[in-house]
Ligand binder design. Structure first.
Ligand code: HEM
Length: 548
């Protein structure tokens, strides 16, 4: 089990006085937590704890949604484990999640105290801030920019970027993965910093992506260390500290390099209006408060980090779905041809008349929610739910999704309870045949969209994704325009046989399909011409009304 290397790495010969102090202090905190008199009400059921270390060995370090789903099947829709004194609850139903994270959001809206976030410098990003004034301040800045009433301001930019994507896919379809990655990155770099990406190896994108990726990896590597507040003081020989320090260096670059670039443009009088320049101008006009400037750096950097990978994940899975479900592609193209005319590219103005495309968007986030276990919440007060005790500071995971084990041949045949899903997005009582990609689930019999418009994929309560309206826009226009002009098919072998795709995906915080081959061709000569005719807008010449 993954905890063994953790303990094995503790070599007594190299303990110094600090190490001994840290180890003893950590152990005494854990011991106090473990022997602390429990509330008279029980904890919910869960795996049997061992003496002293409780459920430390049960805590999943890889593909946690699989373990969480199994617990859901064994213990019901609310499972409890105690990891080194930390109370962790896993919610495996929409009902329990709705009751707690939405219904009691005044108590369930903080984030776990994670030393690893502080050590990597990530603690100032909104997604990790505890519930309180600083979080409210960050959230207000985001809300102002990305709230539903504001996102229409991004329409010219997103249209332009979607057309760029079409042209890139037409020119080099084999670079599909890179083009799709580039699409949200280019949009967000422009919104946040007024920066135009020229290639797939843009330095600002690479700095931001590397930092976000390394933080995710360090968080995973340090997941047990995360549980101990004393981890902040672990000695340097502890490998985790070194990777956290390296990560911090990259996070600093992510915060400061784009900022310095925007500042340079502002000083030289060549400002390209952006979210950052707009906020800096306001702050400068009030005297240039340094703490405020740090917040500005943080909200822009973390919106790129939160938005880029999740959006790219949804679009990569979209292509996979089109290969696996050609009937869906066909139905979508029929709708597009009927509404905008074959060979024409839809715009946001056509959206109301294209319900099936919206249904594809909703099904995509249900079928493959990019962040399968969301982001953990934590409680700010003791609570009682269904006669179970939930102490202050508990960590709450909502298992948005579970994996259909049998599909990937990793489920032992005797464990048939996996077939009966309880994961929320794949709850078979709500979504029959949950593993199938069926956008019709989101349509009324008359073809209009139904009311099921709150994807679990965006999270819950007061911490619900602040970019969800923007995500809908950026994903919708890409899907609609791509489907209008391209045919997505399985690639062929030289003998003309289909190259099968297995539908597997990565084991990461934000999931992505494993590499697969795909053929992308214009649907007709008219479609190819329509793509080539899309104007190659110079962003600087766009009417920048979205920054008003
Ligand atoms: C398909 C795209 C996206 C998905 C699936 C997604 C998913 C999520 C999830 C699951 C959370 C955690 C919610 C919770 O704690 O319950 C979250 C939080 C967040 N998302 Fe997104 N997101 C997406 C796109 C975006 C975009 C486009 C932006 C910004 C423009 C964004 C910014 C954020 C921020 C800042 C948070 C932290 C909110 C907080 O802690 O208060 N996300 N997102």
């Amino acid at each position: 089990m993954a905890i063994y290397p953790f303990f094995a790495s503790l070599s007594w010969s190299i303990f110094d006085r600090t190490s001994i102090f840290v180890a003893l202090a950590s152990l005494s905190i854990v011991a106090v937590r473990l022997i602390k008199k429990p509330h008279r009400l029980p904890f919910p059921p869960g795996p049997r704890p061992l003496p002293l270390i409780a459920n430390a060995l049960d805590f999943p370090l890889a593909r946690p949604w699989e373990t969480y789903t199994r617990w859901g099947q064994q213990y019901g829709d609310i499972t409890h484990i105690n990891v080194l004194g930390m109370h962790i609850y896993v919610l495996n139903s929409a009902e329990a999640t709705g009751d707690l994270l939405d219904g009691r959001s005044n108590l369930y809206s903080s984030r776990p105290d994670m030393p690893v976030a502080e050590l990597t410098g990530w603690h100032m990003t909104m997604a990790t801030l505890p519930y309180g004034d600083m979080w409210r301040k960050h959230r207000a800045l985001y809300h102002n920019k990305f709230k539903q009433e504001s996102v229409h301001q991004f329409i010219p930019l997103l249209t332009c970027k979607a057309h760029d994507l079409l042209r890139q896919l037409l020119a080099t379809p084999d670079e599909r993965v890179e083009h799709i990655r580039n699409y949200p990155a280019a949009s967000l770099m422009y919104i946040c910093y007024g920066h135009t990406i020229e290639s797939h190896h843009d330095p600002l994108v690479e700095i931001s992506e590397t930092a976000a990726q390394e933080v995710a990896e360090t968080i995973l590597k340090g997941s047990l260390v995360n549980m101990l507040p004393m981890a902040r003081h672990l000695p340097d020989w502890f490998g985790f500290q070194r990777s956290a320090r390296e990560c911090r260096r990259k996070v600093n670059l992510m915060l400061n390099v784009p900022y310095e670039s925007v500042r340079r443009h502002m000083t030289s009088g060549n400002t390209v209006p952006s979210w950052m320049s707009e906020m800096l101008e306001v702050n400068d006009s009030k005297g240039g408060d340094k703490a405020e400037e740090e917040i500005i750096k943080s909200v822009t950097a973390s919106s790129f980090a939160a938005a880029n990978d999740t959006t790219a994940s949804a679009l990569q899975f979209f292509v996979l779905a089109m290969l696996l479900y050609p009937d869906v592609q066909c139905k979508a193209q029929e709708e597009l041809d009927r509404v905008v005319g074959a060979g024409n590219i839809p715009t946001f103005e056509d959206r109301e008349s294209l319900p099936y495309i919206d249904a594809i968007f909703r099904e995509l986030l249900r079928w493959r929610p990019p962040a399968a276990i969301g982001v953990p919440h934590s409680t700010t007060k003791d609570d009682i739910y269904r006669d179970y005790y939930i102490p202050k500071g508990s960590i709450i995971f909502a298992n948005i999704w579970f994996v259909e084990f049998y599909q990937y041949n990793i489920c032992p045949p005797e464990i048939d309870y996996f077939f009966d899903s309880r994961g929320m997005s794949h709850d078979s009582s709500v979504y029959p045949n949950p593993e199938a990609f069926q956008p019709d689930r989101f349509l009324n019999p008359d073809g209009t969209l139904n009311d099921n418009d709150k994807p679990f994929a965006f999270g819950f309560g007061r911490r619900v994704c602040v970019g969800s309206d923007f995500a809908r826009e950026i994903i919708w226009i890409a899907i609609a325009t791509m489907l209008s002009v391209f045919q997505f098919d399985k690639a062929k072998t030289p003998e003309g046989n289909d190259i099968e795709v297995d539908g597997g995906f990565s084991d990461s915080l934000v999931i992505h399909p494993l590499e697969f081959k795909c053929s992308i061709k214009p649907r007709s000569q008219a479609c190819e011409e329509a793509i080539l005719k899309t104007p190659e807008l110079k962003l600087d010449s766009l009417e920048l009304r979205w920054f008003e």
